[in-house]
Design a protein. Structure first.
Length: 264
C-alpha cells in the first residue's frame, strides 16, 4: 500500500498561471532527479487555469512518465478546470482524479515489481560545476534497479570520472558546449552513452595502471581514476568519434538481479 508520506503533493491555491507552473516544473524536475516517483498536483482550491498551463501540463506529465514517475492531478468534479481538461482532452494524457483515495488506488496499481525497460536522458553544459547534477541524475537512474549501495557508488564514480575527463580534454575548459548523458536499460543490460561535441578524445587509449579501487576511495581520494575505474566497474565500453558531431563513450553493465538484490 502506498502511504501518504511518500506522496509529494503540490497545492495550487490561486490562478494556475505561467509563473507558478514554472515553479512547479522546477520542483517536479528536482524530485525526478532525486528518484522520487509519486507526484500529485492539487487543483481543488483554484478554478483558474490559463492556456499556457493547458498546453504545458501534458508535456510535464510526459517528462515524468519517461523518467518512471507518476504525475497525477486532483480536481474538483464539475469545476471549471474539470470541464476545461475534458474539453481540451488533457484527461487523455494526464491522469486526474476527483478523490484522493482514487489517486492512492491508482498509484498502488502502478507499483513496479521489476523494471524491464527504461530510457532516461539529461543534458548539461560542459562545466565542472555541473558534476553534482550528473551524479544526481545517475543516482535517479540507479534508483530503479536492484543494486547494492557499493555498486551504486562505483557506477556513479565511473560516470563522474568519464564526464570530468570529457570536460577537461574534449572541451578543454569551454563552457559553451553541452554534454548529453543517456541511460538505457533493457533487462538485464544497463547502458550509458556520453555524447559530446568536443575535440577528438578517446579515453580508451589511456594506459591503465593497477590499483586497489576500494582502498583508494576509503582513503578519501577522488578524481584521477579515469579509464581504470570504468574498466573495473563496467562489463564493456567503447569510444566512437563522429567528425563534425563529436565523441560517443558507450558503457554497458549487466545487472544480475539475484546477486544484487541479496546484497541490499
Amino acid at each position: 500500500m502506498i502511504s501518504k508520506e511518500i506522496l509529494h503533493v503540490f497545492y495550487i491555491k490561486e490562478e494556475f498561471n505561467e509563473t507558478n507552473f514554472r515553479e512547479l516544473e522546477r520542483d517536479v524536475n528536482s524530485l525526478i532527479m532525486k528518484g522520487e516517483r509519486n507526484i500529485v498536483v492539487d487543483l481543488t482550491k483554484t478554478d483558474e487555469l490559463v492556456p499556457f498551463v493547458l498546453h504545458n501540463i501534458s508535456i510535464l506529465s510526459n517528462r515524468a512518465k519517461k523518467n518512471l514517475a507518476n504525475f497525477t492531478i486532483l480536481v474538483k468534479e464539475n469545476s471549471t478546470i474539470d470541464k476545461k481538461m475534458i474539453h481540451y482532452k488533457i484527461n487523455k494524457n494526464v491522469p486526474y482524479f476527483y478523490h484522493f483515495d482514487d489517486i492512492r488506488e491508482y498509484l498502488k496499481g502502478r507499483q513496479q515489481t521489476g523494471v524491464q525497460y527504461f530510457t532516461m536522458e539529461m543534458a548539461f553544459t560542459g562545466e565542472y560545476d555541473n558534476l553534482p547534477r550528473v551524479r544526481e541524475f545517475i543516482l535517479s537512474v540507479l534508483h530503479n534497479l536492484p543494486l547494492s549501495e557499493d555498486d551504486n557508488n562505483l557506477i556513479v564514480l565511473s560516470i563522474d570520472e568519464a564526464v570530468a575527463n570529457i570536460i577537461k580534454y574534449a572541451y578543454q575548459g569551454s563552457k559553451e558546449k553541452h554534454l548529453i548523458v543517456q541511460a538505457q536499460y533493457k533487462e538485464p543490460k544497463l547502458r550509458f552513452v556520453l555524447i559530446d561535441n568536443g575535440d577528438h578524445f578517446d579515453p580508451t587509449e589511456k594506459d591503465v595502471e593497477e590499483m586497489n579501487v576500494d582502498d583508494y576511495i576509503k582513503e578519501g581520494h577522488h578524481g584521477g581514476l579515469g579509464i581504470f575505474i570504468i574498466e573495473k566497474v563496467m562489463d564493456s565500453f567503447q569510444h566512437l568519434f563522429i567528425p563534425g558531431m563529436g565523441n560517443r563513450l558507450i558503457m554497458e553493465k549487466v545487472i544480475n538481479k539475484d546477486e544484487d538484490s541479496n546484497r541490499r
